[in-house]
Design a protein around this ligand. Structure first.
Ligand SMILES: Cc1cc2nc3c(=O)[nH]c(=O)nc-3n(C[C@H](O)[C@H](O)[C@H](O)COP(=O)(O)OP(=O)(O)OC[C@H]3O[C@@H](n4cnc5c(N)ncnc54)[C@H](O)[C@@H]3O)c2cc1C
Length: 469
């Protein structure tokens, strides 16, 4: 971001027009994901009167909640206001696969190649800290979100990927992350399918029910004194002193703002030439019986799984033993439109699920959903600040791996917000991660962007098919 240039943003509702709003006509909550069906939500009141505050946070997903909580923990007298267009956890944070993992970039091998060994090692350590931080938060705040320490197994489905994953396992072990290569009987203890040749096991990742986590964090934020307004859309941000944030019914004046919009940032015109709104989709089965799980070897350990392809598949068990199966494609739509569903991807996902687990051909799919997330061309996130006074902060573009990092965003960003507010005493020390204040690679405008990215997507799909992955 350019710090000295004014940062004025205007909301364009058109890309979000087909997405389901949180509150239906009767005012009741309309869930999109299975996870959102497991929580009890009454949409909260919107901001209806003008307000002044120290920090205005825009977006009520993990990022916004994490920053809000860390600010209040460090300086309880700060007036922190969070506005959310729908309800807390209605975006990616209440729809994701629930894998809290250390992945940054494509994988460790890619991170080492791109950043160099030392920087990649530092980045991965930070990501493991983020995973541990999430576990600590859930324990300390007693958030009931079905957290399970399942570990995570990255599976090879073809010879080319097996070779790469064997290298990934060696690298992960050598850099001290405890990775192990599993094949044969050792693999069958975690999962049995003809499709999988072997995999890299990382014991530390966790799984959660993300909507329960988001609602639990809302409770924590409110108990710390964060003022939350749901059903409140930012319509305009003007880079004045203090900042002016317009919403449908009222305005907010704030000394600093934090944009916590991730994939929704495009509709706000935020970093339009650096971040793309990309979609990923999920299908979910009905609950499996113990016999069905035994048959595919998914009972002794409840390991979370992912296939190593350009277009990955991620799959895990829910607390009631459904299989959540996501991925297969990552779609960017014309004019950056955002969607909750894509029938063609659901059909391909289901077909792939049946291919991996033919013995489960009678197990029905009960839920299908998706959501939007922010992606950069180099697959690394971006944190930082912009605006003419450097007081508009952001944490975004987790590239599909934001569960752990967005929940750590407050730890990374809050010290900088506090320093800007002249609250250096509370700020503490904070090493800047490599992705702070960086410019992700440039993206051309449409139609060149759309054409280029569709061609890139097709070439990655072709490569997956050619490798037999
Ligand atoms: C289907 C799916 C599966 C995924 N699976 C995984 C996974 O297993 N592991 C993983 O690590 N990551 C996964 N991700 C990514 C992960 O969910 C995100 O990185 C993370 O939730 C980002 O949180 P956030 O708070 O930054 O964004 P979000 O949760 O998207 O929050 C942004 C919020 O901003 C609100 N908003 C938008 N516009 C406005 C406005 N104008 N005014 C006010 N509020 C606004 C939105 O309503 C939304 O609630 C997945 C994402 C999806 C969609």
């Amino acid at each position: 971001m350019n710090r000295s240039r004014p940062l004025n943003l205007k909301f364009n509702p058109a890309p979000l027009a087909t997405m389901r709003r949180a509150a239906g006509r009767d005012g009741r909550y309309q869930p999109v994901s299975f996870w959102q069906e497991t929580i009890d939500v009454v949409p909260g009141e919107p901001l209806s009167a003008d307000l002044e505050c120290d920090v205005a946070i825009v977006g009520g997903g993990f990022t916004g909640l994490s920053v809000a909580c860390e600010l209040k923990r460090a300086a309880n007298d700060l007036h922190v206001v969070l506005i959310e267009r729908d309800v807390i956890g209605h975006g990616a944070s209440g729809r994701n696969g629930g894998f809290a993992m250390p992945l940054i970039g494509w994988d460790l091998t890619h991170a080492v190649r791109t950043l160099g060994q030392q920087a990649a090692q530092r980045a991965y350590r930070l990501m493991y800290d983020a995973v541990d931080h999430l576990k600590r938060t859930v324990d300390e705040e007693q958030i009931d979100c079905d957290l399970e320490a399942t570990g995570y197994l990255l599976l090879a489905t073809c010879a080319a990927r097996e070779k790469r994953l064997r290298h990934e396992a060696e690298l992960g072990e050598q850099l001290g992350f405890g990775y192990r290569w599993l094949e044969g009987d050792a693999l069958s203890e975690h999962i049995r399918s003809q499709a999988f040749r072997g995999g890299v096991f990382d014991p530390r990742p966790l799984i959660i029910n993300p909507a329960k986590l988001a609602r639990g964090l809302k409770r924590v934020a409110e108990s710390l004194g964060v003022e939350i307004y749901e059903q409140t859309s930012l319509t305009e941000l003007r880079d004045e002193t203090p900042l002016l944030l317009r919403t449908e019914h009222a305005t907010l004046r704030a000394n600093t703002a934090v944009l916590a919009l991730n994939g929704y940032g495009a509709a706000m015109g935020f970093m339009p030439n650096r971040i793309m709104p990309v979609h990923t989709y999920i299908v979910l089965t009905e609950p499996l019986t113990d016999e069905q799980l035994d048959e595919i070897g998914w009972s002794a350990h409840r390991t979370s799984l992912e296939t190593a392809r350009n277009f990955i598949h991620y799959f895990r068990l829910t607390a009631d033993n459904r299989i959540l199966f996501g991925g297969e494609d990552a779609q960017l739509y014309w004019h950056e439109a955002c969607h909750d569903a894509d029938r063609s991807i659901f059909a391909r996902l289901e077909a792939r699920f049946r291919q991996y687990f033919p013995s489960l051909d009678r197990v029905a799919i009960s839920h299908r959903w998706g959501g939007v997330l922010g992606v950069t061309l180099d697959m690394f996130p971006t944190f930082g600040c912009g605006g003419q006074h450097g007081n508009v902060f952001h944490a975004t573009a987790y590239c599909g791996h934001g569960v752990a990092l967005s929940n750590y965003a407050g730890r990374l960003l809050a010290p900088h917000v506090l320093r800007h507010l002249g609250r250096a005493d509370e700020a503490g020390s904070n090493d800047l991660p490599f992705f702070y204040d960086r410019q992700p690679p440039w993206l051309p405008p449409d139609p060149l962007r759309w054409i280029g990215l569709q061609a890139y997507r097709k070439s990655l799909q072709w490569l997956d098919r050619w490798q037999g992955a």
